[in-house]
Design a protein around this ligand. Structure first.
Ligand code: KIV
Ligand code: NA
Length: 267
């Protein structure tokens, strides 16, 4: 279909075909994602994946807007969702609205995502009532790495009730979908059958209404980072390393450029 999907279209997919989502940070990757996916998420993971930051905590609104604009230029079908970065929405619903309004106005994206459950429900409701579709994100919320004590599985055993309450609160506040990150698959199954909005899993098992991965992870664009929940569909870093080493050798040997890549005189 050539129609651009809306947040409402995504919400109405609950209980129908799985929602296919990937991150995108640049125009060329957005074009590839657009051909096969329902949602392109401009995740704040961009800070770690493309900018070499140690966590998502120092990602700024300006960075999200710059990458958001690049991604929107590559899309004609998928819904573009842009992450609200750490420190730009937690203080108050008003602060969240100011940040979200900049994202929508300056990038052309049609939705934002923010991290947090029960404690962010008032903010989600405030944004949705003022025209900003919100995707929730609960379970492992990387912006809270310092209070969670690391990137650990959330919602195991006695902690399940907390994550379930977060899912309920986000859905009832009007989120059009909710990301479930790194929780037991049985809990993701329970949440998916409990809440009204679609669940999008990452490390949350097969029973969610949709799935998302960081595109650079699933393409194998780096060598080092390989969490259990990421399936490698390609090993592009290996191919890139080979290509760069052959180029370096050919330049050193004066094999490149050959005649075929050089210009002659006009006449
Ligand atoms: O920033 C990100 O890439 C995300 C997804 C992994 C859900 O939030
Ligand atoms: Na994120």
């Amino acid at each position: 279909s050539h129609k651009t999907l809306t947040a409402t279209d995504i919400r109405l997919r609950k209980g129908r075909e799985p929602l296919v989502c990937l991150t995108a940070y640049t125009t060329p990757i957005a074009k590839l994602v657009d051909a096969h996916c329902d949602v392109a998420l401009v995740g704040d993971s961009v800070g770690m994946v493309l900018h070499g930051l140690p966590s998502t905590l120092s990602v700024t609104l300006d960075m999200m807007i710059l990458h958001g604009k690049a991604v929107v230029r590559g899309l004609s079908h998928a819904l573009c969702v842009v992450d609200l970065p750490f420190g730009t929405y937690e203080e108050s619903p008003e602060q969240a609205f100011r940040s979200a309004a900049r994202i929508l106005a300056e990038t052309g994206a049609a939705a934002v995502k923010l991290e947090g459950g029960v404690h962010m429900a008032t903010t989600i409701d405030f944004l949705v009532r003022r025209g900003v579709p919100v995707m929730g994100h609960i379970g492992l919320t990387p912006q809270s790495v310092n209070t969670l004590g690391g990137y650990k599985v959330q919602g195991r055993d006695a902690d399940a009730e907390r994550v379930l309450s977060d899912a309920r609160a986000v859905s009832e506040a009007g989120a059009f979908a909710v990301v479930l990150e790194k929780i037991p698959h049985s809990l993701a199954n329970l949440i998916t059958s409990t809440v009204a909005c679609p669940t999008i899993g990452i490390g949350a098992g097969p029973d969610c209404d949709g799935q998302i991965l960081v595109v650079d992870d699933m393409l194998g664009l780096f060598a080092d980072f390989r969490p259990k929940f990421v399936k490698r569909y390609a090993n592009l870093a290996v191919q890139a390393e080979k290509a760069i080493s052959v180029y370096a050798e050919e330049v050193r040997n004066r094999q490149f450029p050959s005649q075929e890549h050089s210009f002659g005189e006009r006449a």
